[in-house]
Design a protein around this ligand. Structure first.
Ligand code: SAM
Length: 327
């Protein structure tokens, strides 16, 4: 039975990649008016390779392929997230955001002695990269408002995929942040942030379930370091490695057997979800990624999990939050 399942998975995997490549090739053939990547068109072959799920591909193809995955899943992204994680991703994201915003200065809008505050607080600037449909950005704004009564905080969402941004805009249109300067959407690449985001200008940089899709993790981290103010914080939420061997095997079976099938049933697309589970497998372990955060120049906790450590595991390491501070 296990062998049959393994063979089915392998067959689905090779079908996946060829279909995605065909789809990506037709996207880049010129029929689309919006490039999958802000850099698309200027990319030349570097001769270097990277991975796309379990496949090794030329580096310059990855963004187009990732773009095709998220274009395909965008309209069902939120529903699929809830189904695949049984809703638990919400708890991970809640904790991630509250750990990054332990406090905020009193708001000039809501402080009882606002009139006597000599100088208004500068706006707290957040950048949510690979922000997709706005899950993290909206949590940041809600947390600031509900816990600290602050609306002197702005989040700019940067994402490579126009369809994901459109879904995010629709969501924000139903909130009280709609048409306020508190939230903005920008089409852009984590590896080379849009030019208007200046050096040393950001208080909090977040990237949730996005960095594993990027071609170069060091390039993303180095951009984050560049735009953060000294003392500014980075928070990366991503799938980690499950530490318990038995739980790891159960989780692996769930991911590879169940998630692509759910993708097919709910979103009519098993291939993109096959890529998502493969990309999770390929992502570095918790200490390996913590080292990359340090290599980018950030100060982190000690090289271990938990309080005082460089990362925090959720649900046995299915998801992990890494944090660092720009010195
Ligand atoms: N952060 C959201 C969340 O937690 O629900 C969305 C995560 S979704 C799994 C990954 C997002 O990363 C997609 O919206 C995709 O378009 C975006 N993405 C992938 N590569 C990117 C890149 N190089 N730069 C910016 N965004 C990227």
């Amino acid at each position: 039975m296990r062998t049959v399942l393994r063979e089915l998975t392998a067959a689905a995997r090779s079908a996946t990649v060829s279909r995605n490549i065909v789809r990506a090739a037709s996207t880049s053939s010129g029929s689309s008016t919006t490039p999958a990547s802000p850099d698309a068109g200027s990319q030349q072959s570097t001769g270097r390779t990277t991975h796309f799920g379990f496949r090794t591909i030329p580096e310059e193809e990855k963004e187009t392929l990732v773009g095709s995955v998220f274009s395909s899943v965008a309209s069902k992204y939120d529903v699929m997230n809830d189904t695949m994680s049984l809703g638990i991703h919400r708890l991970w994201k809640d904790d991630f955001v509250s750990s990054l915003l332990p406090r905020l200065p009193a708001s000039r809008h809501t402080h009882p002695n606002a009139a006597s505050l000599s100088a208004p607080n500068p706006t707290f600037k957040c950048l949510d990269v690979a922000g997709g449909t706005g899950d993290i950005a909206l949590r940041i704004l809600d947390r600031a408002r509900e816990k600290f009564g602050s609306r002197d905080i702005e989040v700019e969402i940067v994402d490579l995929n126009p369809e994901m941004l459109d879904e995010g805009r629709k969501r924000v249109a139903k909130t009280l942040y709609y048409n306020t300067p508190q939230i903005a959407f920008t089409h852009g690449n984590a590896q080379s942030l849009p030019a208007h985001i200046e050096d040393n200008s950001i208080d909090l940089y977040t990237i949730a379930f996005g960095i594993r899709n990027c071609t170069s993790l060091p390039a993303v981290l180095s951009e984050a370091y560049r735009v953060l103010k000294p003392g500014g914080k980075i928070g990366v939420l991503e799938f980690g490695k499950v530490s318990n061997p038995l739980f790891r095997e159960v989780y692996r079976q769930w991911s590879f057997q169940f998630i692509p099938i759910m993708g097919k049933v709910l979103a009519g697309d098993s291939e993109s979800y096959q890529y998502l589970v493969e990309s999770i497998e390929r992502f570095p372990s918790q200490p390996e990624f913590a080292q990359l955060v340090r290599d980018a120049g950030f100060q982190t906790g000690q090289m271990r999990e938990g309080k005082g450590g460089a990362w925090t595991d959720y649900t046995g390491g299915i998801a992990t939050a890494w944090t660092g501070v720009k010195a």
